[in-house]
Design a protein around this ligand. Structure first.
Ligand code: 3AM
Length: 373
């Protein structure tokens, strides 16, 4: 699975912060990575002329500032007293995720532990906490609490008992009505974020969590960007290669619709099993995205005209022609869309995903059993 990256040689992510506490906006971190030709795993970004939107401060000063902002937003106290029965669920790009029990309520929680030893993590951590804390919505994983523990940031959030959408896709096949349901739920989360001028910038199936009740929620906000009237576009090359939109690959100015392209790529992941070019080396992926524009379905005739049209609306290389979350959902009537996209409205209710997510869990458990046997 491709891992996210921040633009190569960037002195800042792009000075962003999610969350409404603009005053405590963390400056984004320095990151200078060695180039290495390898698969998208553990990749670091390719060479490009990165945007330099704001003058960089000395790295040490920025690190101190972000550590200060982090200290000001985390809770005081010992999470090891509040939470018990820790078990590792898995590892992501920035650390491990554990599940645990809230000792006072018995509620199951997920705790993401991010090591702050590696340069830029404080800023990503602040970004992630503020984004989750300040953007509460039924289609966004709920933030519960955060702590600083021995050089680690612990972020407690709601436990999603179905795991990631990517885990589900490995185990079961989704019918089109279920693809519509997942797309609609993600679009609702994206519409909420975009309405609040937040761009997620790393939408992919491994950053979408699901529940055994059929819920579908966006997660992993470390790379998100808060737009403002003064800064209505971003231009840093941030994201995960196969899910990146051409305007990001080219280092051009972009807005919230980058997430809609990535959602279109999630649609391809769902129906084809993986994202386009996912097995290619990262430089090659970026080259292919820039050269080929919108990726095509391998077997278009295997899919309905509605699904094909939905993907076409998301995967428009021209940002102006790409539909927004609002247009796809038709949350409000706009000139560009007098009706919601029928693929989204024809999607099954989210609750109908419950059985599918349960079967995916069972298949995964069988696999684990087989491995252990
Ligand atoms: O490594 P896998 O895919 O098994 O499902 C997520 C992933 O598991 C899980 O942590 C791993 C690394 O991202 N995870 C992350 N956030 C979670 C949450 N809020 C979560 N599992 C449940 N609830």
């Amino acid at each position: 699975m491709g891992e996210a990256f921040l633009g190569y040689h960037l002195p800042q992510i792009d000075g962003n912060s999610c969350g409404s506490t603009a005053g405590s906006a963390p400056l984004a971190p320095s990151l200078v990575e060695e180039e290495a030709e390898e698969e998208q795993k553990d990749i670091k970004p390719p060479a490009a002329a990165p945007p330099q939107p704001e003058p960089a401060e000395p790295p040490q000063l920025r690190e101190e500032q972000s550590l200060k902002s982090l200290r000001s937003i985390v809770s005081v106290g010992q999470p090891t007293k509040k939470y018990t029965a820790f078990e590792e669920l898995g590892r992501g790009g920035f650390g491990a995720v554990h599940n645990a029990l809230d000792a006072s309520t018995g509620q199951q929680v997920a705790i993401k532990k991010m090591s702050l030893q590696e340069g830029m993590s404080e800023e990503l951590a602040v970004n992630e906490i503020l984004a989750m804390r300040d953007n509460r919505n039924a289609n966004i994983v709920t933030f519960l609490d955060s702590y600083l523990v021995d050089g680690e940031l612990w972020l407690a959030m709601e436990f999603m008992d179905g795991g990631t959408l990517s885990d589900v896709l490995r185990a079961v096949y989704l019918e089109e009505g279920q693809v519509g349901a997942v797309s609609r739920e993600c679009l609702q989360g994206l519409h909420f974020l975009h309405y609040r001028q937040v761009i997620h910038r790393d939408v992919k199936s491994s950053n979408i969590l699901v529940g055994l009740d059929g819920s579908v929620k966006l997660a992993d906000f470390g790379l998100c960007a808060q737009l403002s009237p003064e800064r209505s576009k971003r231009s840093s090359r941030v994201g995960t290669p196969s899910w990146m939109v051409p305007e990001v690959v080219r280092g051009e100015a972009y807005g919230p619709k980058v997430d809609i392209w990535s959602l279109g790529i999630v649609g391809l992941e769902i129906v084809e099993g993986e994202a386009p070019y996912q097995r290619e080396a990262r430089l090659r992926v970026l080259e292919l995205i820039e050269r080929n524009g919108p990726p095509k379905l391998q077997n278009p005739r295997h899919h309905s005209p509605l699904l094909r049209d939905f993907l076409r609306c998301c995967l428009q290389a021209d940002e102006d022609r790409r539909w927004s979350a609002q247009e796809l959902l038709q949350v409000r009537k706009s000139k560009a869309a007098q009706r919601p996209h029928p693929f989204v409205t024809s999607g099954h209710p989210a609750s109908s995903l419950a059985a599918l997510i349960l079967s995916a869990k069972q298949v995964q458990e069988e696999w684990t059993g087989d491995t252990c046997a």
